[in-house]
Design a protein around this ligand. Structure first.
Ligand code: ASP
Length: 638
């Protein structure tokens, strides 16, 4: 069933329609021209709209007072931009002047007046409305603003906690307005692509469901039946597969998902996925669909998306980048130097290579001598030790081209130059070398590769182009991995519904650890932005995986297993993490910057103060009693 890449290009790579999203340039956050922002309301224009062509027109604007100056003028702001408003100085309009000049900043007002050209020399080329001003004739204060906890200006730094406590004020900033509007437009384009161009059906699935085995921790919701709880789904996985059994054929949903993962940086307990499932599809089909989807919905201002995306196996990703989500925007790849050092007398190298999965690997940090301080090198080595229990040795390339390291004495001339050739070492480069078990060595060097890239960039080297977007498919993952807490047991690398690689199906019954899966991840600039798989559609195979390999109680999934017995079509799907995708597109440091009302690092809503206590009376219908930890009982007493 596999469809060639060329075909995929033709099917998925549809031409993009001309649409434009303005950058949040100073004084402008304008959105596409086609929409009518002034329908159904009394304003004639938005605050970002007026130009020289409007001179002479009477206009009515609504907005917030961004700035005002000595009873002479003020700047009015709305979601689309800024307009300069000139206050009348004549006696007949003194009440208007007083009204507006007494209104505190961020009060919301209506002004009606005449658009005029700014006096020559007073135009502001940085402002899209900078050629004009509005001479106000009548005005109304619609609501006055009390003293603000912080100024609504992008350049004013405020703590994230304060921004989240007053999120509705933070939302007034151009940056957040821009992020939310861009997000909305991208989702709109995705809907168009999926529903209108490819026949997908938008189906909502329940958020009150039951526990799913394996995977992330789920939030529980008490029910009125004693001892019974709903779970909030970590994804609509079971429902989307059941929709395929139900003959829906092509499903998608902008799905809210929930994971009770505690406090983890840049994770949200609730987040959004573009969730997709298709019948009669293979891996190449899903990949083509997603490439076309991203190409179609990608904002023009961020450059074109080139398809097909490159692809790498999990093994290659681990060997060359030390991670299953390689950042391919820069080199510094991990190089296997086992064969070069195998002939040396270096004891720790020989030790490492004597184990079955033993290896010696290295990365070369370009210009490390010039860009990294000694303490940086020390902290890199320390981090490999503390995070991966992996010793790392450094080597420096001197100005005369020779290597300086504890190792050089033990290596012959020939080995040294082979090493330098393999790693392409130049003068002033630093090499980090690690020997040991393959996965640990790769993971440690992969992490050092990223840490040193950050250090090089902090010191002024331009390594990763901030405007570049590198998509990458990672494929051929193992189907099962040893459990971290008990390596003798296996868990699904993705989830238990993932089908084995067709070439490895027989191994499922003889050596499950060797089975590759039909799971694929989509990586963008070193971040996993999506993942999915072709599913098991055979009930017997699914039961075998659950019971025999994963040792799960298949009873919790009896509904799904039964459904697979009633003519389930072959199917597969994927989910894109919308929050992360948008944050990468807009270059936001955190996913919280693209979510209207995000939770804090600890999973709290700092504005409404959720989660919150409830009274014992409210808990009674749920047959729940809280056993208070001592500290909290004391705190409640005080
Ligand atoms: N439900 C999966 C996830 O959330 C995605 C998929 O397999 O389609 O990771």
């Amino acid at each position: 069933m596999s469809c060639p890449r060329v075909l995929r290009l033709l099917r998925g790579g549809l031409p993009r329609l001309g649409w434009e999203l303005a950058r949040p340039a100073r004084g402008s956050a304008s959105a596409p021209g086609a929409a009518d922002f002034n329908s159904f309301v009394a304003r004639t224009n938005t605050c970002g709209e007026l130009r020289s062509a409007h001179v002479g027109q009477e206009v009515t604007l609504y907005g917030w007072i961004q700035y005002q100056r000595q009873g002479l003028f003020l700047v009015l702001r709305d979601f689309q931009g800024l307009t300069q408003i000139i206050l009348p100085q004549d006696e007949a309009h003194s009440h208007v002047r007083k009204l507006l000049s007494n209104a505190p900043v961020e009060s919301v007002v209506r002004v009606t007046g005449i658009v005029s050209s700014r006096p020559p020399g007073q135009e502001n080329p940085k402002m899209p409305t900078g050629d004009i001003e509005v001479k106000v004739e009548t005005a109304e204060i619609l609501n006055s603003c009390k003293k603000l906890p912080f100024e609504i200006k992008d350049f004013i730094k405020k703590s994230e906690a304060l921004r989240m406590q007053y999120r509705y004020l933070d939302l007034r900033s151009f940056q957040l307005q821009y992020n939310l509007r861009l997000r909305s437009q991208i989702v709109m384009r995705m809907r168009e692509y999926l529903c209108n161009l490819h026949g997908f059906v938008d189906v909502e699935t329940p958020t009150l469901f039951k526990r799913t085995p394996g995977g992330a921790k789920e939030f529980l919701v008490p029910s009125r039946e004693a001892g019974k709880f709903y779970s909030l789904p970590q994804s609509p996985q079971q429902f989307k597969q059941l929709l395929m059994v139900g003959g829906v054929d092509r499903y998608f949903q902008v799905a809210r998902c929930y994971r009770d993962e505690g406090s983890r940086p840049d994770r949200q307990p609730e987040f959004t996925q573009i969730d997709i499932e298709m019948s009669f599809v293979d891996q190449a089909g899903i990949q083509g669909l997603i490439e076309g989807l991203l190409q179609y919905s990608w904002p023009q201002e961020r450059g074109a998306v080139t398809t097909p995306f490159p692809s790498m196996t999990y093994e290659e990703a681990l060997a060359d980048y030390g991670t299953d989500k390689p950042d391919t925007r820069f080199g510094m790849k991990i190089v296997d130097i086992s064969d070069i050092l195998r002939r040396s007398d270096v004891q720790f190298v020989q030790n490492a290579l004597s184990y079955p999965r033993g290896t010696v690997k290295a990365i070369c940090i370009p210009q490390g001598v010039r860009y990294l301080k000694n303490k940086d090198l020390e902290s890199l080595k320390e981090s490999a030790k503390s995070q991966f229990n992996q010793e790392v040795m450094d080597m420096i390339c001197r100005p005369d081209g020779s290597l300086k390291s504890l190792l050089t004495k033990l290596l012959g001339e020939e080995q040294q130059s082979e090493l330098m050739r393999a790693l392409n070492v130049q003068v002033d480069d630093v090499v980090l070398l690690a020997a040991g078990e393959h996965k640990r060595v790769c993971s440690a060097l992969g992490s050092l590769r990223l840490e040193s890239a950050d250090l090089l960039e902090a010191a002024g080297m331009m390594l990763r182009d901030p405007t570049a977007f590198h998509f990458l498919w990672v494929v051929d993952f193992p189907l099962f991995l040893p459990k971290e807490e008990n390596p003798a047991e296996l868990e699904s690398a993705h989830h238990p519904f993932t089908a084995p690689h067709p070439a490895d199906t027989n191994l499922l019954y003889s050596d499950p650890t060797k089975v590759r899966s039909q799971h694929y991840d989509l990586v963008l600039n070193g971040n996993e932005i999506g993942g999915g798989s072709i599913r098991i559609h055979n009930a017997e195979q699914q039961r075998f995986v659950l019971e025999k390999v994963l040792k799960e109680d298949s009873e919790v999934l009896s509904h799904l297993l039964e459904a697979l017995e009633f003519g389930a079509p072959p199917h597969g799907g994927i989910a894109l993490g919308l929050d992360r995708l948008i944050s990468l597109i807009v270059g936001a440091p955190s996913i919280r910057d693209v979510i209207a009302f995000p939770k804090s690092f600890r999973g709290r809503d700092l504005m409404g103060n959720a989660p919150d206590y409830v009274t014992p009376e409210e808990l009674e219908p749920y047959h729940i009693q809280v056993s208070w930890p001592v500290a909290e009982t004391e705190a409640k007493k005080n």
